[in-house]
Design a binder for this molecule. Sequence first.
Ligand code: SDX
Length: 436
Amino acid sequence: MTTDLKEQKQTADTASITFNGKSVSLPVVRGTEAETAIDIEKLRSSTGLITIDPGYGNTGSCKSAITFIDGEKGILRYRGYPIEELAAKSTFLEVAWLLIHGELPTKDELGGFTKDVTIHTMLHQDFGRFFDALPKDAHPMPVCAAAVGALATYYQKPESDQQAHDTIIRLIAKMPTIAAYSYKHSIGQPFIYPQNRLGYTENFLNMMFSVPCDTYEVDPVLARTVDLLLILHADHEQNCSTSTVRMVGSSMANLYASIAAGISALWGPLHGGANQQVIEMLERIAAEEGSADRFLAKAKDKNDTARLMGFGHRVYKSYDPRAAILKKACNQVIERVGVSSRLLEIAMNLEEIALKDDYFVSRKLYPNVDFYSGVIYQALGIPVNMFTVMFTLGRLPGWIAQWLEMRRDKDFRISRPRQIYVGSPKRPYVPLAARG
Ligand code: SDX
């Protein structure tokens, strides 16, 4: 698995910091696309200073060769390949291989990988009881996080490279099964076993929607749409959940534990949970005629916590290229499935109004990946509380690739940020009797 980081060009550039009469010259690192960063490794030892950057908006946590985003230009590439090309020409398993191994697979590599994944889709028979212990109305995201963490109890061999390979196959193979089982458990239907005769996304749709008492034919156009959705979600450099996977993995916790933590971080409504929030927002607007303008006024009101969900991004200060691809795909799916496009109309109307409104334009707030994905999931018949589970299925190979890159980085060390203490100065203990 080639996850080596090419030696970054150390530039002759340096950045100087002068403080309290002391000056230090720090090296400037330049990436493939001329992004530049000050390497502050020696800052504290030379000046006693640390840096502070709430939310890490200006802080690079690592050098990575996996995904490149240019937020100003709306560029997204996996291992150098533009997302638009991969979305149009590739498949999810091929993209998973690309992210993890760094190169597009040969025919044999893809065939072997597909076979390995296909024959590992089943869960251990005892695992079915895991779901029975959970309430039917449990949100599927904590169910998936707990199930992935529990997978480690079935595969306990110490981590070797071969073990890492087996773990990667098991996670990519079993995640759709865990997702579908969490859905079936919530609606009181029997689990549908994976079928080796089906492709990756066909298998998932079959496990989700097939029932023992009837036949269910997977629509190939809808299966291809799910494949597209998974490709678009597959990686996104150092976002919140990926940084969580790296952080947990840096303590030498195993891959199952690291991915389980990533699933929990993704669930947050400001991150992967936004796709569910978008649909709930669109449905509220659909229920209250003409409330789009009222909703936008709330989203702009500093005293109101409402946000235009699916809009804005820490990195994209232009249109998220994934949202553009999904917006186009919406119409195709809605036509194919023949459902009403009321929510799509509302979403497109909101986008049109927002992109002419100075509040959003001045803050460079554009639709992100979550703004249109929910409309497609709903047209596919995926229940709203499963939307972030779909995001999890897509992001899994990206998390794995980032975890491997972190573990194999020659500068690998446990992540442990510092802080600036702003609490009480030293003070003596006060006995209970004297506290009144
Ligand atoms: C994902 O990081 C990734 O790569 C994530 C992701 C991935 O693939 O992994 O792309 C997936 O998480 C997409 C984002 C999904 N979340 C949402 O759609 C939730 C709504 N969006 C926002 O909450 C917000 O835009 C964030 C969380 C996405 C980004 O937050 P930032 O970078 O911390 O920006 P901010 O909150 O500092 O906002 C800057 C300004 C603020 O106003 P002012 O203080 O300048 O007056 O813009 C405002 C914010 O109030 N603002 C919004 C808004 N998003 C930002 N106002 C109304 N509606 C919004 N959606």
